[in-house]
Design a protein around this ligand. Structure first.
Ligand SMILES: *[C@@H]1O[C@H](CO)[C@@H](O)[C@H](O)[C@H]1NC(C)=O
Ligand SMILES: *[C@@H]1O[C@H](CO)[C@@H](O)[C@H](O)[C@H]1NC(C)=O
Ligand SMILES: *[C@@H]1O[C@H](CO)[C@@H](O)[C@H](O)[C@H]1NC(C)=O
Ligand SMILES: *[C@@H]1O[C@H](CO)[C@@H](O)[C@H](O)[C@H]1NC(C)=O
Ligand SMILES: CC(=O)N[C@H]1CO[C@H](CO)[C@@H](O)[C@@H]1O
Length: 631
C-alpha cells in the first residue's frame, strides 16, 4: 500500500482524503454536518505531530515500534446494497512485545482493505482502498466497499498500510439483489434467510443465539431490532458477565460498553461472516424511564448526564461502532431506511423508539392511558409515518412480493390479563389504526411485521383489534403476519428464569384472550429466522438451552409458513405442533380431549405435546440439540 500512499502525499492530493474515506469521521446524519469531525483540523494535528510517520511515503516500514493491531472481535460488515457494503474494523497502534514505550497515540493509523471473490483470497481483488483512523473516532474504521456485483458473496480483509503482514481476520459478506431482478432469481433462485434478534443484555447471559445463527443456520443477513447494548449496570457477576464502567452517559462510556460486548465469542463470529442491518432502541424522543428531559426541564440521570447529551453520545458511538450507513438527508436523527432486495422483498426498517415518539409509559405516569387513542399521538412521528405509507405503496407498485417491516415493539393488540402495554403499539392505537387502514384500503398484501423488545415470542395474524371480520380459526380477514421474537439474553417478561411449564400457564391465558395471537412462548431466550422465496416465507424460532455459559445448544421450538397472497399464517398454524409455548389450535384441542401439556420444569427437557386433529403428534421427546436445518 505504500506506493498508493506515496502518491497521495507526494502529489499533494486532497490532504484529508484518507480521513474522509473513513465514514466514522462523517456526521451520522447527512443533514447535520455540524456533527461530523473536522478532518482538516485533524489532518493539521497529524502534520504537526513530530514525524507523523504513517503519512510519510519515504518512511521505512514500521519494524521498530508501532504495530497496528486488529482485534478479532472488532470486525464486521453491514447495510449491504446491491453494489456496495460497509466494512468495519478497529485498529490501534500498540507496542511490540518486549517494548515498554507506548506508541504516540496522536499519530493516525492507516488501514487498507481488500475485497475478494474467494475465501482463500486467491482470486482477483474487486475493491480496495485505504483510510485513516485516530482516537477521535475511537480507532474505528468504516469504509464503503463499492463497485460490487449484486447478490454476490464476497470476502474481505483489513491490513496495516505500512506493515501489510499485520492483518485482520478474513470476513465474508454479500450484496443484495438488484431491485429490478425478478423475485424468482434472487439469491440464485434459493431462498434468502434472515436471522432476527433483539434485546441482547450482556449481564443477562452469553450471546449463544448469535452463535447458533452464525454456525447452525444458513442466515444470509443478520437483522437486529434493537437493544443491541444496554446502558444499565445490572448484575451478571455470577457467570462472568458483569459490565465495566457505570450507567452510560458519555461517549467514553458508550465506547467502553460496545467494546466489551464485542468480546462475546458468539457475537464476534456473527459479525464476521454476514452483513448486519440494525436499528437502535429504547427511548422516546426526550427521555427514558430513568433519565428524562421533561416539560419540567432537563432532569439528570443517575449517571449525571442530561438526556439529550446522552442520546447524542449514544448515537455517535453507535455510528462509530456499528456498520450502519449515514442516513439520507432532510431529517434529524433518522435511522429508518428501506432495502429493496430484487422484486422479492422490501425490507423496511422503522424507528418506533427514539425518532419522534411521543411520551411513553415510564412507569410513573399511569395517567398516560387516557391519551393512547389520541389522533395525533404517534410512535413514529408524522414524517416517518408518511414515509412508511409511501414506502409500502411504492413497494406494492414495483411488484415486490414481500414487505418485511423491521421495528422494535409488538404491533398486535395483546391483552395481558386485562391490560395492554402502553410501551408497545397498544399505547399508540390511532397510529396503528392508520397503518391498518393503509394496508387494507390499498390492498397491500404480504406484509410481515417483525418485532422485538418484549423478551418473549408472539406470532399473530395481522388484523385490526376486535375486528369481527377476522376469523381466528381460518385466519381469513387478516392482512399479513407479525413475528415477535424473544430476547437474545434479556430476562423474560413472563418472569426472570421462568420455566417453560410456568410460562405456558401465562401463554394459555394470552392465546385464549387474543384472537389474532396464534402462538405465545415466554421461557426461551433465542432468535428466529425468516426464509423467503417468491412462494413462501417461513419462520423458525430457536430456543437456547442455557445462556449461563458459552454453548451452541438450541432447539427449534416452532416453525411457521406464510404462503404468498394468503396474508395469514398457513393452517394448521405451526404445522399443528410446537416444541414450546402454546398455539391456539392446541388450546382449542385441550378444551376437548386431545392435548396434554407434559412440560417438565427443567430447560433441558422441554416438550409440549400439542395434538390437533389431522396433525402429527409430537410426543414428549428428549430434546437432543435439534439439528438446525433451515428449510
Ligand atoms: C378491544 O376490546 C377490548 C375488550 O373490550 C378492549 O379492552 C380494547 O380496548 C379494544 N381495543 C380497541 C383497539 O378498541
Ligand atoms: C417453507 O416450508 C414449506 C413447508 O415445509 C416448504 O414447502 C417451503 O419450500 C418452505 N419455503 C421456504 C422459502 O423455505
Ligand atoms: C445452565 O448451566 C449452568 C452451568 O452449567 C447450570 O448450573 C444450570 O443448572 C443450567 N441451567 C439449566 C436450566 O439447565
Ligand atoms: C452447530 O455448529 C457448531 C460449530 O460449527 C457444531 O460444532 C455443532 O455441531 C452444530 N450444531 C448442530 C446442532 O448442528
Ligand atoms: C430519573 C428521573 O429523574 N426520573 C424522573 C423523571 O420525571 C418524573 C416526573 O417528573 C419523576 O417522577 C422521575 O423520578
Amino acid at each position: 500500500m505504500l506506493p498508493a500512499l506515496a502518491f497521495l502525499f507526494v502529489a499533494g492530493a486532497q490532504a484529508t482524503q484518507l480521513l474522509d474515506r473513513n465514514l466514522a469521521y462523517h456526521s451520522p446524519f447527512e443533514d447535520q454536518p455540524h456533527l461530523s469531525h473536522n478532518t482538516e483540523s485533524i489532518q493539521k494535528r497529524f502534520e504537526s505531530a513530530a514525524l507523523a510517520r504513517r503519512q510519510v511515503a519515504e518512511a521505512p516500514p514500521f519494524k521498530d515500534e508501532h504495530y497496528v493491531t486488529f482485534y478479532g472481535g472488532e470486525f464486521g460488515n453491514g447495510d449491504p446494497l446491491d453494489t456496495s457494503v460497509l466494512l468495519w474494523t478497529r485498529a490501534q497502534a500498540i507496542s511490540p512485545v518486549g517494548s515498554t514505550t507506548l506508541p504516540d497515540q496522536s499519530v493516525p493509523v492507516c488501514v487498507s482493505y481488500k475485497v475478494y471473490t474467494t475465501p482463500d483470497l486467491s482470486g482477483k481483488v474487486v475493491d480496495s482502498g485505504s483510510a485513516f483512523t485516530s482516537y477521535d473516532v475511537d480507532w474505528t474504521v468504516k469504509v464503503d466497499a463499492t463497485g460490487l456485483k449484486d447478490d454476490t458473496k464476497y470476502y474481505y480483509q483489513f491490513s496495516d498500510c505500512a506493515n501489510p503482514q499485520s492483518t485482520s481476520p478474513v470476513g465474508s459478506t454479500r450484496t443484495l439483489a438488484d431491485p429490478h431482478i425478478s423475485a424468482e432469481r434472487v439469491n440464485g433462485g434459493k431462498p434468502l434467510t434472515f436471522a432476527v434478534f433483539s434485546c441482547s443484555q450482556y449481564q443477562a447471559g452469553w450471546f449463544n443465539a448469535y452463535g447458533v445463527a452464525a454456525h447452525n443456520t444458513s442466515a444470509d443477513v443478520f437483522v437486529h431490532l434493537g437493544d443491541y447494548i444496554y446502558e444499565s449496570i445490572g448484575s451478571g457477576g455470577k457467570f462472568g458477565r458483569a459490565v465495566l464502567g457505570r450507567e452510560l452517559a458519555t461517549i467514553a462510556d458508550y465506547r467502553l460498553r460496545l467494546n466489551q460486548y464485542r468480546t462475546d465469542p458468539n457475537l464476534v463470529v456473527a459479525h464476521q461472516n454476514a452483513p448486519w442491518i440494525t436499528v437502535a432502541n429504547n427511548a422516546w424522543k426526550a427521555g427514558t424511564s430513568n433519565s428524562n428531559d421533561t416539560a419540567a426541564g432537563c432532569k439528570f440521570s443517575p449517571s449525571g448526564a442530561c438526556f439529550t447529551d446522552r442520546k447524542l453520545a449514544a448515537i455517535r458511538a453507535y455510528h462509530e461502532w456499528i456498520p450502519i450507513r449515514q442516513v439520507q438527508p432532510d431529517d434529524k436523527l433518522r435511522i429508518w431506511r428501506n432495502f429493496q432486495i430484487g422484486k422479492l422483498i422490501d425490507l423496511t426498517m422503522l424507528d418506533t423508539r427514539q425518532y419522534d415518539r411521543d411520551l411513553t409509559d415510564l412507569g410513573y405516569n399511569k395517567d398516560l392511558e387516557q391519551f393512547r387513542d389520541e389522533e395525533e399521538r404517534s410512535t413514529m412521528g408524522a414524517k416517518q409515518e408518511q414515509w412508511f405509507y409511501d414506502t409500502l405503496s411504492a413497494s406494492k407498485k414495483r411488484n415486490a412480493v414481500w414487505r418485511i417491516v423491521g421495528q422494535q415493539i409488538v404491533f398486535s393488540q395483546i391483552d395481558q390479563k386485562g391490560s395492554l402495554s402502553l410501551d408497545a403499539w397498544d399505547g399508540y392505537r390511532s397510529n396503528r389504526a392508520r397503518i391498518f387502514d393503509h394496508l387494507y384500503n390499498n390492498k397491500i398484501s404480504n406484509t410481515i411485521i417483525l418485532a422485538g423488545d418484549s423478551h418473549a415470542n408472539w406470532v399473530s395474524d395481522l388484523a385490526r383489534p376486535n375486528d369481527t371480520s377476522y376469523d381466528a380459526l381460518t385466519g381469513n380477514g387478516a392482512i399479513g403476519v407479525e413475528f415477535g421474537g424473544t430476547a437474545v439474553t434479556s430476562t423474560s417478561s413472563f418472569g426472570s428464569g421462568i420455566t417453560p411449564a410456568n410460562a405456558d400457564i401465562t401463554s394459555k391465558v394470552y392465546v385464549a384472550a387474543n384472537p389474532e395471537l396464534q402462538w405465545s412462548e415466554g421461557s426461551y431466550r433465542g432468535f428466529f429466522t425468516l426464509t423467503v422465496d417468491s412462494k413462501t416465507l417461513n419462520a423458525t424460532f430457536y430456543g437456547m438451552k442455557n445462556t449461563s455459559f458459552v454453548n451452541l445448544d438450541s432447539l427449534q421450538i416452532a416453525n411457521f409458513v406464510v404462503k404468498a397472497g394468503e396474508n395469514k399464517l398457513s393452517r394448521p398454524v405451526a404445522g399443528g405442533a410446537v416444541q414450546a409455548g402454546i398455539i391456539k389450535a392446541a388450546l382449542d384441542a385441550t378444551s376437548t380431549t386431545a392435548a396434554s401439556s407434559t412440560s417438565t420444569s427443567a430447560l433441558s427437557t422441554v416438550s409440549v405435546t400439542s395434538t390437533v386433529s389431522g396433525a402429527a403428534t409430537i410426543t414428549s421427546e428428549s430434546t437432543s440439540p435439534s439439528a438446525v436445518t433451515v428449510i
